[in-house]
Ligand binder design. Structure first.
Ligand code: DGY
Length: 335
């Protein structure tokens, strides 16, 4: 499709227009309004596919989040005015990147700024599931607590145990650092693209040739892979069966990396000790059986949910937009 204006330009219409699909922290919205002709979503209601298409037809840019499904059908909008999808988030599996590229759209994300908070979230989940944090909280709040006793609500020690990491990218490494230096844990990992030897040496991380190698040894297994066709249901029934019966599964990456039905079956059969999830296959739906299990910790996709990080993510998306419309290469271009 031919484009009326050159790379990055707003087509001679003054300030570029941007549709922002969800509410963003106030400092980000204010900055967006200063720099762009920004259409904000004050109701915070997710846009429908038709509304996303309207946005692609009417604005120079879209600033979507993980809750927007930017499919090939959505991207087929005609006539297409938008030139860039500046995603708010590091993961962009909700965007059909190939279709976006085919339509000449640039896609950017927001890496780095959420690494530490997401790693903290994984560690929080590990501690909660091992030390029965969620269950204990429910116990106190329900008025069921009758007082301290030596055998009450015993959990599993974290310190000194083995942490298995599926994926040792930015977030996996930040988790490894916390686990190694904060909890004296042994780190084993599998990653088809492992970090350089110096990084592994610093973390004392042992590489395994297969996912199974990690699952066999981990007392805790934490997932830090991107969601791709290759990692869809990476952890299914067969791999869950490889885990120790005393082990816990933690997922702060993307829900569909774990086959949620297989996880429920493994938990029901006590093939693993528990699970701690921040992400789900069909967010915001959660497989009902999980809601009934005391050995499962469930959080509502909180990985990057701090004031500091959400502002930083917004500013990073904004910087990507600014660079693009200034005719420069956006720092976080993924397509
Ligand atoms: C991310 O950045 O990928 C977070 O999960 C929010 O989408």
């Amino acid at each position: 499709m031919s484009r009326p204006a050159g790379p990055g330009s707003a087509g001679g219409r003054g300030r570029p227009s941007v549709v922002v699909t969800r509410r963003l922290p106030a400092p980000v919205e204010e900055q967006l309004q200063r720099e762009f002709d920004a259409c904000l979503n004050s109701s915070d209601r997710p846009l429908t596919a038709a509304e996303l298409q309207d946005a692609l037809r009417s604005a120079d840019a879209l600033l979507p989040t993980v809750t927007d499904r930017i499919t090939a059908d959505v991207l087929a909008a005609e006539p297409l005015r938008a030139r860039i999808l500046a995603n708010f988030g590091v993961g962009f599996n909700h965007i059909d990147v190939a279709a976006a590229r085919a339509r000449g759209l640039v896609v950017t994300n927001t890496p780095d700024v959420l690494t530490d908070d997401t790693a903290d979230d994984a560690i929080m989940l590990m501690l909660m599931v091992a030390r029965r944090g969620g269950e204990g909280e429910r116990h106190v709040r329900s008025g069921a607590w009758t007082g301290w006793r030596p055998t009450h609500m015993l959990g599993t020690r974290v310190s000194g145990k083995t942490l298995g990491l599926i994926g040792l990218g930015r977030i996996g490494r930040a988790v490894a650092r916390r686990a190694r230096f904060g909890f004296d844990m042994r780190i084993v990992f599998h990653d088809p693209y492992p970090p350089p030897p110096a990084v592994l040496a610093e973390l004392g991380a042992e590489r395994k040739d297969s996912v199974e190698g990690v699952l066999r040894e981990g007392d805790f297994v934490s997932i830090h892979s991107p969601a791709t066709p290759e990692t869809h249901h990476l952890i299914g029934a067969e791999r869950l069966a490889v885990m120790k019966a005393t082990a816990f599964l933690i997922n702060t990456a993307r829900g569909d990396i774990v086959d949620e039905a297989a996880l429920v079956a493994a938990l029901q059969a006590q093939r693993i000790a528990g699970a701690a999830l921040d992400v789900y296959e069909r967010e915001p739906q959660v497989t009902p059986a999980l809601l009934t299990m005391e050995n499962v910790v469930l959080l509502p996709h909180l990985g990057s949910a701090t004031q500091e990080t959400r502002v930083a993510m917004g500013m990073r998306a904004l910087e990507n937009l600014k660079a693009f419309f200034a005719g420069a290469a956006p720092r976080d271009r993924v397509a």
